[in-house]
Write a new protein. Structure first.
Lengths: 358, 107
C-alpha cells in the first residue's frame, strides 16, 4: 500500500501556509512545509483533499523539523497531536479503500504540455486502477485546449502544471475561479517552480500544490481510495437539513427518504454542527430565517471559516429575488423556495448532487 | 406526495390553529412586542404550507406576516385590526383543508 497525500493548512504565529501532508497515523503526520515553526511549537492543522475529503481540524505541535531529503522528499514538519475519533475514522476510511462505492469513473483533466508526463499519468492509471474504469485521465496540452474541454466536459478534478505555453497555470486557475461553473472544481497544481509557483497557483485558487517530481504512486493511491468512496446517485447520498420548524424537518426528511436519500435533521446550530461532523453529508440544506442565525450567514461561515466543500443550498419561503441574492452572497450552490413544494425540493436536491449548475 | 400530505396536514392544521390563536390574542391586546414572534410564526407557517402544496394558504400567511411586521413597526391600532382580520381569514381557509389524500383542500 502506498502513502496518502492530503492537503494541509498550517496556522502558526498568525500566518497560514497551505501545502500537503502524508504519513498520517493516529497521533502524527508529516507536513511538507517551509513554515518556520520550531520544534515544540503549538499550531493548528487542517487536513482535507479537494472534492473528496471534508476538512478535519487538529490542534498539533511540532515534534521535529525535517530538512530536505532526496528529490521528491522535500523537508517539513513532523506534527504530533492527541488521538481523536475523527482521525481514527479517516484512517479507517483510508484502510477501507478497496471497496468500490461509486458507480462511475472519477474524471481527471491533466493540463500539462509535456507529452511524456501525460504518458506517465496514463501508465500510472493503468498500473494503479487497472485501466480507466475507476479513474479516467483526459489531457490538454495548454490553457486554451483545457478551457475548451472544461467548457464541454464534466470533470471531478483538474491537475494543472504551472509552466504552460502562452497562458500559465495560475492564470488558467484564476479564470476558472471567476467562472461560476468551474469556481468550485477541485484543482491540484503541480510544478518544478518551488515556492513562487506554489504561491502563484494557491493565490489564484488552487486547492493543493504538489512539487515535482511527483510521487505518482502516492497521488494515485490517495485518489484511488478517496474517489472509490464517493457515494454515487441512488446509493443513499446524505443530506443534512437545518431548520427551526420541526414540521418542516419531519416533512423534508420524509420526502427525501422516500426519494432514496439518507437524511439527518437539526433544529439548532449545536445539533447541526454535531451532525455535520458525524454524518458527513453530501449536501446541506439551510433555512434562512431562524431564531439563532440567518441561514445565509451559516452558509458563508461553513464555506469561509470551516472550509466546507459539499454543496450548500438555502431553503426558504422568502421572495425569489431576495433569496437568490442571499444565496449568491453566501456562496451557496443555489436556493429552493418552500412554496414550490416537496417535489421540487427533491428534484433540486438531485440536480445539485448531480453537479448541475445552481 | 399525497401520502406525505395526508400524513402531515393534521399536524400542520394543529400547529396553524395555535399560531393563529396566539396571533389574534397578540393583535387584540395591541402587544407590539409580542407581534415579532407572531411574524416569525407566520413566516414558518407559510414555509410549511408551501412544502405541503397549500399555495392559497402561503399567500394568506405571507400577507398576515406583512401585516404583523407593519403593526410591529407602526404600533398603530389600525394595523393591529388589519392583522386580526387577516388572521381570521387565514384561520377560515385553514379550516377548509381536508387532511385526506382525496380532498386536498384549497391550493
Amino acid at each position: 500500500m502506498g502513502r496518502f497525500i492530503l492537503r494541509a493548512e498550517v496556522r502558526w504565529n498568525g500566518a497560514t501556509t497551505v501545502s500537503y501532508a502524508y504519513d498520517l497515523t493516529p497521533g502524527s503526520v508529516f507536513v511538507v512545509s517551509d513554515c518556520p515553526a520550531p520544534a515544540g511549537s503549538a499550531l493548528w492543522l487542517r487536513l482535507s483533499f479537494p472534492g473528496v475529503l471534508e476538512p478535519l481540524d487538529v490542534e498539533a505541535h511540532v515534534a521535529r523539523v525535517r530538512p530536505d531529503g532526496a528529490p521528491g522528499e522535500p523537508g517539513g514538519l513532523e506534527l504530533a497531536f492527541a488521538a481523536s475519533s475523527r482521525i481514527a475514522t479517516l484512517l479507517a476510511r483510508l484502510d477501507d479503500g478497496e471497496r468500490p462505492r461509486s458507480e462511475r469513473a472519477y474524471r481527471v483533466l491533466l493540463i500539462e504540455d509535456s507529452s511524456f508526463m501525460h504518458d506517465m499519468f496514463a501508465f500510472a492509471v493503468e498500473q494503479f486502477f487497472g485501466g480507466p474504469g475507476v479513474l479516467a485521465i483526459d489531457h490538454a496540452e495548454d490553457a486554451e485546449r483545457a478551457w475548451d474541454k472544461l467548457s464541454r466536459e464534466p470533470y471531478d478534478l483538474v491537475i494543472v502544471d504551472y509552466f504552460l505555453p502562452a497562458e500559465d497555470g495560475a492564470s488558467l486557475i484564476a479564470r476558472m475561479r471567476r467562472d461560476a461553473r468551474l469556481a468550485r472544481l477541485p484543482v491540484v497544481a503541480i510544478s518544478i517552480g518551488g515556492r513562487n509557483a506554489r504561491e502563484a497557483t494557491l493565490s489564484a485558487g488552487a486547492d493543493l500544490f504538489l512539487d515535482k517530481p511527483l510521487v505518482l504512486r502516492d497521488l494515485f493511491n490517495t485518489l484511488r481510495v478517496l474517489s472509490h468512496q464517493r457515494r454515487g446517485r441512488g446509493e443513499g447520498e446524505r443530506i443534512l437539513v437545518l431548520d427551526d420548524s420541526p414540521l418542516v424537518l419531519a416533512l423534508t426528511r420524509a420526502a427525501l427518504e422516500q426519494a432514496g436519500f439518507r437524511v439527518a435533521v437539526a433544529e439548532t446550530l449545536s445539533r447541526f454542527e454535531q451532525a455535520r461532523v458525524e454524518f458527513e453529508p453530501d449536501l446541506i440544506l439551510v433555512d434562512v430565517q431562524m431564531p439563532e442565525a440567518f441561514g445565509d450567514d451559516v452558509a458563508s461561515t461553513l464555506r469561509g471559516f470551516h472550509g466546507v466543500q459539499v454543496p450548500i443550498v438555502l431553503v426558504s419561503s422568502l421572495e425569489e429575488d431576495e433569496l437568490a441574492r442571499r444565496a449568491a452572497e453566501a456562496h451557496a450552490n443555489g436556493y429552493i423556495r418552500k412554496s414550490e413544494g416537496m417535489t421540487e425540493l427533491v428534484r433540486r436536491c438531485r440536480e445539485v448532487l448531480d453537479g448541475a449548475s445552481p | 406526495v399525497n401520502d406525505l400530505q395526508a400524513r402531515f396536514i393534521p399536524q400542520f392544521i394543529d400547529l396553524a390553529r395555535g399560531r393563529i390563536a396566539r396571533g389574534i390574542d397578540v393583535a387584540t391586546k395591541n402587544d407590539h412586542q409580542g407581534v415579532g414572534l407572531t411574524a416569525r410564526e407566520l413566516h414558518a407557517l407559510a414555509g410549511e404550507a408551501g412544502l405541503l402544496g397549500l399555495t392559497a394558504i402561503v399567500s394568506l400567511a405571507r400577507d398576515s406576516e406583512d401585516k404583523a411586521r407593519r403593526m410591529q413597526a407602526s404600533q398603530s391600532s389600525e394595523d393591529a385590526a388589519a392583522l386580526v382580520a387577516a388572521l381570521r381569514e387565514l384561520g377560515r381557509v385553514i379550516e377548509l383543508v381536508e387532511p385526506t389524500p382525496d380532498t386536498k383542500g384549497p391550493t
